[in-house]
Design a protein around this ligand. Structure first.
Ligand SMILES: [Zn+2]
Length: 116
């Protein structure tokens, strides 16, 4: 089902591209109604800037993924499990499965064995 993975990746890239274009519109003030006052405008532009940076990073990671050959073959650095495509698309730079990443981040850590 490699074509399906490829199609999903292409769809994600198109979506991210569209989001980035929309966010960049804020800097030209095109999508900014006149009724907003300056403070709100500045706040919105700053927020859009943060989102645009994130969007651009994800888009470039997706492009790298797209040019890198196999889209769906990636294995967790820690446990060796295959990382689901949905996670790769959501976080193209991830090297761990969701569980292992959560452990690394210190979220909901469940101790497996008591230390000797
Ligand atoms: Zn893992």
């Amino acid at each position: 089902m490699e074509s399906t993975a490829r199609e999903r990746l292409n769809a994600e890239m198109a979506e991210e591209q569209e989001r980035l274009r929309y966010l960049k519109g804020f800097f030209q003030g095109e999508s900014m109604p006149d009724m907003l006052d300056d403070a709100m405008h500045m706040e919105s532009v700053r927020f859009a800037g943060t989102l645009a940076d994130r969007s651009a990073r994800r888009l470039s990671a997706l492009r790298k993924l797209s040019s890198g050959g196999a889209v769906e073959e990636r294995f967790c650095e820690d446990c060796g499990e295959r990382i689901p495509l949905s996670r790769i698309l959501a976080a193209p730079e991830c090297v761990r499965c969701r569980d292992c990443q959560a452990l690394r981040d210190g979220e909901s850590v469940t101790p497996k064995d008591a230390e000797d």
